[in-house]
Design a protein around this ligand. Structure first.
Ligand SMILES: Cc1cc2nc3c(=O)[nH]c(=O)nc-3n(C[C@H](O)[C@H](O)[C@H](O)COP(=O)(O)OP(=O)(O)OC[C@H]3O[C@@H](n4cnc5c(N)ncnc54)[C@H](O)[C@@H]3O)c2cc1C
Length: 466
């Protein structure tokens, strides 16, 4: 069987690429080593983490805010195995949906491990040990990423765990030590802090979510602190040991002294590495770079012209929606279209509560570029909607060009920030000025009024409700 395209990996990059290829009339196959489709995102990433974030938030609100809303509860308890079971059901519904989409679009699914034989042939090793060779005109590599670690923090998947194991724990840790306070650490640390764990974050940088605008990290820390978490910033972990009963984590503090933390689990969330193990890239004339990534040009084409790569396995943000855009981009490129991705406007979201969402330049980036900019911000606590729901923590921060008023960056921490950022992306895609957004009617009462007010604040300090 000769295909037009074989996609290797069925994460959000791979399955979206396959669907778009099929829509465009290309004879398409997809190869996935796991039994279910959907990759990291659907199986052990975006979806299951959000399922647990939602469940744990319900519990937290029931315990801490329902009484003030006038709702009395007695005998409130966490049933973690049930939370994990519900999460598994959510994952199942999503991965089944992808299998349906493959069928609907007449995409052939090969379940097995793909490795290159040459630039047009892939060997698929099935679970029963048999091999099948399939050939194609073009490949799209979408093999994603795996959790990374350092030699000082050996993962044993029992006490020293990655995000994957943190999504299936059967007991609430008494003390969870989270190494890395980036997006994944902040989200999963929040889950367990909300349902009763003591959580300690040990972070090499000097703030939470250090790659985002600094204001967001500062505000998020205040919110997560309210859950009882401790923070050890600018600390370098030197060893992590599974003692059988628990874990001991040692780290160097900025003052040169060593700290020792004892807990029952240690979540290592220090980033992810591109995954090409066993793919036999060399047989296709390819090699991974020093950081394990597959190099691509502006068309997402590798140095072998009929082989493309997308998603976490190449440069750029490791985000599901970035991988999806790249999947569509390659499919359309293959049929001679001229697609475009605006990488500057890929939003980033942290699904803590309050949520954090961001698009465009951070204030630190603008300073580093010596850009003349102005800032407008507006706090959630001044919103009627936020007071009604008791979600008063947070703010919207708008960065606009000092001379032209064009919006350069928008950063939100607050209720529903993840959904609100879409307005900001649209505004920036159409190169709106802060005043453009300030003059658009926003429904009252909504959280989105904070975006309008922050834009008013950036426009000659004209916020109405401040
Ligand atoms: C806990 C967690 C939470 C996250 N939350 C979010 C979020 O909220 N929003 C967001 O945008 N991103 C989130 N991410 C990141 C997101 O999951 C990734 O950016 C996204 O999955 C990358 O998609 P991909 O298609 O490049 O690769 P992946 O989703 O990693 O898929 C790659 C697939 O390729 C398969 N594969 C690999 N090698 C082979 C081979 N040789 N043969 C056959 N199959 C192979 C793998 O089994 C896998 O299924 C999260 C990640 C984690 C871990």
């Amino acid at each position: 069987m000769q295909y037009d395209v074989i996609v290797i990996g069925s994460g959000p990059g791979g399955y979206v690429a396959a669907i778009r290829c099929a829509q465009l009339g290309l004879k398409t196959a997809i190869v996935e080593k796991y039994k279910t489709l959907g990759g990291t995102c659907l199986n052990v990433g975006c979806i299951p983490s959000k399922a647990l974030l939602d469940s744990s938030e319900h519990f937290y609100n029931a315990a801490h805010t329902f009484a003030e809303h006038g709702i009395k509860l007695a005998d409130l308890q966490v049933d973690l195995p049930q939370m994990i079971k519900r999460k598994a059901g959510v994952v199942d519904a999503n991965v089944t949906g992808i299998a349906f989409l493959m069928k609907k679009n007449k995409i052939t699914v090969y379940q097995g491990f793909g490795s290159f034989v040459d630039a047009n042939t892939l060997n698929v090793k099935k679970d029963d040990g048999s091999d099948e060779k399939i050939t194609t005109k073009n490949f799209i590599i979408a093999t994603g990423s795996k959790p990374s670690s350092f030699p000082s923090m050996p993962i044993d998947k029992k006490r020293v765990i990655t995000s994957t194991e943190a999504l299936t724990l059967q007991e609430v840790p008494k003390h969870l030590i989270v190494i890395g306070a980036g997006v994944i650490g902040a989200e999963l640390g929040s889950v367990y802090a909300r349902i009763g764990s003591k959580v300690s974050f040990v972070e090499f940088a000097d703030s939470m979510i250090p790659t985002m605008d600094k204001t967001m990290g500062k505000e998020l820390q205040k919110a997560v602190k309210k859950l009882g978490a401790d923070f050890y910033f600018s600390h370098k972990v030197t060893s992590v040991e599974n003692t059988g009963e628990g874990v001991v984590v040692k780290a160097d503090a900025p003052n040169g002294q060593q700290i020792t933390l004892e807990g029952d689990y240690c979540l290592v969330s220090v980033g992810r590495r591109p995954y090409t193990d066993g793919l036999n890239l060399e047989a296709a004339g390819l090699a991974a770079d020093s950081r394990g990534r597959i190099e691509v040009n502006d068309h997402l084409q590798t140095k072998v012209p009929n082989i493309y790569a997308i998603g976490d396995v190449i440069r750029g943000a490791m985000l599901a929606h970035k991988a999806e855009e790249e999947g569509v981009f390659v499919a359309e490129t293959l049929v001679g279209q001229k697609p475009h991705i605006n990488y500057r406007l890929i939003p980033g979201v942290v699904y803590t509560w309050p949520e954090v969402a961001s698009v465009g330049f951070t204030e630190e980036e603008l300073k580093a570029e010596n850009r003349a900019y102005k800032v407008g911000s507006f706090p959630y606590k001044a919103l009627g909607r936020a007071r009604a729901s008791m979600d008063v923590d947070g703010l919207v921060k708008v960065l606009a060009d000092k001379h032209t008023d064009e919006i350069l960056g928008m950063h939100i921490i607050g209720a529903r920030a993840a959904d609100m950022i879409a307005e900001c992306v649209v505004a920036m895609e159409y190169r709106a000025s802060a005043e453009d957004i300030a003059r658009i009617s926003h429904a009252h009462p909504t959280y989105t009024e904070a975006i309008k007010e922050a834009c008013l604040a950036a426009t000659e300090n004209r916020a109405i409700h401040m």
